[in-house]
Design a protein around this ligand. Structure first.
Ligand code: ZN
Length: 320
């Protein structure tokens, strides 16, 4: 058992309960919001999030892991307002989310750069993990980076290596946004391992977007968890295919290598909210409880399989 920091204080890893391993409370760029989102209503957005996330315990969900980091608009005070009003554990992350470049704040500062200093990203990540995020007193519990179809660009590699170093130094686990169609989970595993990260503490996120079992088994056999974490994003892979892939991996003995989630958000400024509801109507925090678990059980999964993916694996992710 270990103490896992959450937005409202530490929780024993044994008490995390059923965990959705990749969800977002708010994804929004503050600079964009302040300049172009004049209709933003802070109190209404917080109230909506309280209602949506506050309903999860009654649906059997006790904890969400929120990998909203730099690049996705992480802003803890808003998340704190939500977390204080609900019974759900919200576990937050540190790291950097980019598919291409790193932010200008880091362009000229770092090893071998104009201002030649030790990697500032690693230092910021360790600060968030050890001391807390800004002056909120909330500590990050895991690390996040991304690699998309653009591949290992210079910026992606720098962020990923900093995440690997911070994990190696702190022991904190990692979630990586990957694109399984370009095999980028394997690239992430190589780079993170080179920096000393323990691949058994890594979730290769968005693995559930593919039905390529050979690829998925390669990633899992290298020690990492497969993030079957985009249920509801049927536009990227239909519900039936997502469920069938989990069922086949269960049949092949991979229950201990999968975690579940939706990658949903209470608010995201990437899409028009109306269009989002129309195109992906089941992309919400309730879909796994309402539709996915019944479909998995119907398809041959056992209650123990569900427990392993929702409780045992997320707990072990923090305890390793
Ligand atoms: Zn995400």
């Amino acid at each position: 058992m270990v103490a896992v920091p959450t937005v409202t204080g530490s929780v024993d890893s044994a008490d995390l309960g059923r965990v959705l391993a990749h969800e977002h409370v708010f994804v929004l760029g503050e600079e964009y919001r302040q300049n172009y989102q004049g209709d933003w209503d802070e109190d209404a957005q917080v109230a909506e999030a309280v209602e949506e996330l506050g309903a999860l315990p009654s649906m059997g969900i006790d904890t969400i892991l929120d990998p909203t980091v730099l690049g996705l608009g992480r802003y803890l005070p808003r998340v704190q307002r939500v977390a204080e009003q609900i019974d759900l554990n919200i576990v937050v992350a540190t790291g950097l989310y980019t598919y291409n470049e790193i932010p200008f704040q880091f362009h000229y500062t770092g090893p071998g750069l104009l201002f030649d200093v030790p990697e500032p990203l690693t230092e910021l990540f360790l600060k968030d993990l050890d001391e807390g995020i800004a002056d909120t007193g909330v500590r990050a519990a895991f690390l996040k980076c991304a690699i998309e179809e653009q591949g290992l660009t210079a910026g992606v590699e720098r962020a990923m290596r900093a995440v690997g170093q911070a994990s190696a130094q702190s022991g904190a686990p990692i979630t990586v946004h990957t694109n399984p169609h370009t095999g980028s989970g394997l690239v992430a595993q190589r780079v993170l391992a080179e920096e000393g990260a323990d691949l058994s503490k890594v979730v290769i996120g968005h693995s559930g977007d593919t039905t390529d079992l050979d690829y998925l088994m390669r990633v899992a056999d290298a020690g990492s968890y497969l993030g079957m974490d985009r249920f509801g994003l049927d536009v990227l892979l239909p519900f039936e295919d997502r469920v069938a892939t989990v069922l086949e991996l269960l049949r092949r003995g991979y229950a201990e290598k999968m975690v579940l989630a939706h990658d949903a958000s209470c608010f995201i400024d990437w899409f028009d909210p109306e269009a989002k509801r129309r195109v992906v109507p089941r992309w919400n925090f309730r879909h796994i409880s309402e539709d996915v678990i019944p479909a998995l059980l119907e398809g041959g999964a056992s209650e123990q399989d569900i427990e392993t993916m929702l409780v045992t694996n997320p707990r072990a992710y923090f305890e390793k």
